[in-house]
Design a protein. Structure first.
Lengths: 189, 289
């Protein structure tokens, strides 16, 4: 008699990562080249290969509360060296997206604040207006004195604009809103 | 007549990396390479976009490619390594995944341009014929290490730029205009990139390792092709020296500034005065001209 039993080996988290990034973490055979090559693994709580393994096991709490993906600098060394062609940097992006969507507080809050400040700035200005972005970041992190000396020196050297250009701002505003509504529509479908 | 290349400067080249913009333009002028800035270009989204929304991170680059196409151009030059990577990634991913391509087109309310080609200025200059004939200045004192950083070469299947672990394109280009470049093993190590504002400690550690290696092989300047690498290595070099109790004094120069020097562009037209680590002593032979 033929068996009708279906075995589901894919954790829900691995499924979510696949949906977000198109990456199948089950291809990983733990060679740890990603961990060996990662320039920031020294500061991470779990090495990239460990995080991938935890995704496969469906350890949502461990993965989504890890510092690893927030510290990833997107240098793509892991992606380039993976013998199984897993785009590890994209997996890191996907884990961040899933964590934010589930309302989990980022374990490296400064990084998430930087993303938010930068995106708000691009949406409103069309092009990155660095001074505005830095003020936005400081309002989010309450770290008002960080890099003050450096910023002053950059001004003196004429490396920072005082007035934003606002070219393309209407277009970016529209692109951001349309992306949001398409993504929400897709999730509700 | 339309220009040969649509020029996408990106946000940094209009602000923190403005010396990359002026020196790139100066070199193009010297070599008779015709460029025209994309009208109304917007930010490519950079890391904050791809870390939070895949669709947004692909739609923003395509917005700029659509604008270039409207100007009747198919070749886009993007000097900033991060913009270059985002533009090439958008083309690659739209070609691989028709579902995401149709979503991008839905966001932009426009069909996606099909035959766009995104280039780094390194690729354009490397293919330029008889570049050695244009050399006007000898720079025998320079011993440069070329720092490619992450995004020019990685991920290799997307970027298709040189050899990803040990690239030579920038070295060969500078050597072709008579500048000595040295072999070293930190060409494509990460400088910490966008962590500069959020986890500066990480950036200081990574750039420290890069400076140590550059000094160990005997370099007296580092050549870069990315405004973020430039900011991390240049503007924070003093902080690194203070933290590790050492002194590097390594000027960080865009490869276009070095080319400009060799091709005889006047010093003040290369934005050299904007650097935090002064190149005055290194270029004292040139400035006496």
């Amino acid at each position: 008699m033929e068996s009708t039993l279906t075995i589901t080996s894919q954790s829900e988290l691995a499924e979510a990562v696949l949906r977000e990034s198109g990456q199948n973490v089950n291809l990983c055979y733990q060679c740890r080249k990603c961990a060996a090559g990662c320039p920031i693994s020294y500061a991470m709580d779990y090495k990239p290969a460990q995080l991938i393994h935890a995704i496969r096991l469906g350890m949502d709490d461990l993965v989504l509360n890890s510092k690893t993906m927030w510290l990833c600098a997107s240098c793509e060394t892991c992606t380039t060296r993976c013998p199984q062609d897993v785009d590890v940097a994209k997996v890191m992006d996907a884990v961040k997206i899933v964590a934010l969507r589930r309302g989990i507080k980022p374990t490296v809050p400064q990084v998430a604040s930087f993303y938010k400040a930068a995106l708000a700035n691009i949406k409103k200005c069309g092009r990155m207006y660095e001074l505005g972005m830095i003020i936005g970041l400081k309002l989010r992190t309450f770290d008002f004195f960080k890099d003050m000396e450096l910023g002053a020196k950059m001004f003196k050297k004429g490396k920072m604009k005082i007035i934003p250009s606002l070219t393309g701002a209407r277009r970016t505003w529209k692109i951001f809103s349309r992306v949001k509504s398409i993504e929400e529509g897709k999730r509700n479908a | 007549m339309t220009a040969k290349y649509a020029y996408y400067p990106g946000c940094s080249l209009h602000s923190t990396g403005s010396e990359y913009d002026v020196s790139f333009r100066a070199v193009c002028e010297k070599l008779d390479i015709d460029i025209e800035e994309i009208k109304g270009w917007v930010c490519c989204g950079t890391s904050p976009a791809h870390c939070t929304s895949r669709l947004l991170s692909l739609a923003l680059p395509f917005e700029n490619l659509c604008k270039a196409e409207k100007m009747g151009m198919t070749n886009v030059v993007a000097p900033c390594a991060a913009c270059f990577a985002r533009l090439r990634t958008a083309i690659y991913e739209a070609a691989e995944d028709s579902e995401i391509a149709s979503q991008i087109s839905e966001v932009l309310e426009s069909p996606l341009p099909e035959s766009m080609n995104v280039l780094s200025p390194i690729e354009i200059f490397c293919n330029h014929e008889n570049i050695a004939d244009a050399v006007k200045r000898q720079l025998p004192d320079l011993k440069v290490v070329c720092y490619y950083g992450c995004l020019l070469t990685r991920p290799s299947k997307v970027m298709q730029f040189d050899e990803c672990e040990y690239p030579m394109a920038m070295d060969n280009l500078l050597r072709s205009v008579g500048i000595s470049t040295l072999d070293w093993s930190y060409k494509t190590e990460c400088c910490g990139g966008a962590l500069a504002l959020s986890r500066t400690d990480v950036v200081r550690k990574l750039t420290h390792d890069i400076f140590e290696e550059a000094k160990a092989v005997g370099a007296n300047a580092i050549a870069v092709g990315c405004p973020l690498c430039h900011a991390n290595l240049g503007t924070r070099q003093g902080e690194v020296e203070k933290e590790y109790g050492t002194r590097y004094g390594l000027p960080i120069l865009y490869f276009t500034q070095l080319m400009g020097l060799a091709l005889g562009v006047p010093l003040k037209k290369l934005g050299l005065q904007k650097h935090f680590v002064s190149a005055d002593a290194l270029l004292s032979g040139v400035s006496k001209e």
